[in-house]
Ligand binder design. Structure first.
Ligand SMILES: C[S@@+](CC[C@H](N)C(=O)[O-])C[C@H]1O[C@@H](n2cnc3c(N)ncnc32)[C@H](O)[C@@H]1O
Length: 288
């Protein structure tokens, strides 16, 4: 296991006791996880999926919500703590604790051999080291007409957020920084740092500017099919945007109530605005 992977696993071990808060309707931040789950449940019903596998299922809160809706759900997580809390949540909700087990999405030998109608992976891929292997493993567990619901953090949100992620996006993704002489490169970095009122980045690796070494991965919804899904013989059926931001994130702490009220109104999973205003999206895909 790499140290980066270990950090994510340790982080989730530590988060396990409080994880279910995020699913409470009165969650004081933003009920993004609840919005995400509702849109997935709607699609699972429309697709008439029955047997579900939840990969990286955390403390089984989404699993229990799905079980209560009549779906046949099993799930796994690589964090021992998440699985332990998940087992007791399942027991309290009067479901078998055997529905949850410990496994690693990147290690196919730990995964189920059965096939499922739908496979969820929510909040997991940003931490995955080799997304192609993880997707291949998901595909292997999928029925012929099965669907996947995989969540990613939206890279294009950086064009709206106007913070350090925007500088990272402009300097690393839009501009070909390696082609630019050092003097001009420094001017460009200063230009964005000043415009966005952020500190000048301190680290530069292989010509790339990184603001945060343990940044979880972002994905571009415009390129993800060609980059990740098609090479693994999957096609995208739909991209569902969620966690909208009515204003740039800075305004959230300044005007929290207004921010949440206006953002909730924007939650339309198929709006073009999602490409820019939503910080995450769920990819619904199937086998080619
Ligand atoms: C953000 S949490 C989301 C939990 C749950 N899916 C939810 O939406 O409530 C991400 C979860 O993925 C798990 N995870 C990350 N990488 C994993 C991997 N390679 N295999 C299995 N679980 C993983 C973490 O331990 C953590 O519980």
């Amino acid at each position: 296991m790499t140290s980066k992977n270990k950090t994510a696993r340790e982080y989730y071990d530590q988060e396990a006791p409080d994880y279910k808060k995020m699913y409470e309707p009165r969650y004081e931040k933003y009920p993004a996880n609840l919005i995400r789950l509702k849109l997935i449940i709607k699609r699972l019903k429309q697709n008439k999926s029955r047997k579900i596998l939840d990969t990286g299922c955390g403390t089984a809160i989404p699993m229990i919500k799905l079980l209560k809706q009549g779906f046949d759900v099993n799930g796994f997580d690589y964090s021992k703590q998440m699985v332990e809390f998940g087992k007791s949540e399942l027991i309290s909700a009067k479901y078998s604790s055997k529905r949850i087990f410990q496994a690693d999405l990147e290690k196919n030998k730990t995964l189920p051999t059965k096939k499922f109608d739908a496979i969820l992976s929510l909040g997991v891929f940003p931490h995955i080291k080799n997304e192609k292997i993880a997707l291949r493993n998901i595909r292997n567990c999928l029925n012929k007409n099965g669907k996947t619901f995989i969540e990613f953090r939206n890279e294009l949100f950086a064009t709206f957020s106007m913070n350090k992620y925007s500088a990272d996006f402009y300097l690393n993704e839009l501009i070909d920084i390696q082609e630019i002489p050092t003097k001009v490169k420094n001017e460009l970095i200063n230009f964005y740092s000043k415009k966005l009122s952020i500190k000048r980045p301190t680290k530069q690796k292989n010509g790339r500017i990184s603001y945060n070494e343990i940044l979880a991965k972002f994905r571009n919804p415009l390129t993800i099919e060609d980059e990740l899904f098609k090479p693994e013989k999957m096609k995208i059926d739909k991209i569902h945007f969620y966690h909208y931001h009515a204003m740039p994130p800075n305004f959230q702490s300044k005007y929290p109530k207004l921010f949440i009220k206006l953002s909730k109104k924007l939650e339309k999973s198929d709006s073009w605005k999602g490409y820019f205003l939503s910080s995450a999206f769920v990819v619904e895909s199937s086998k080619i």
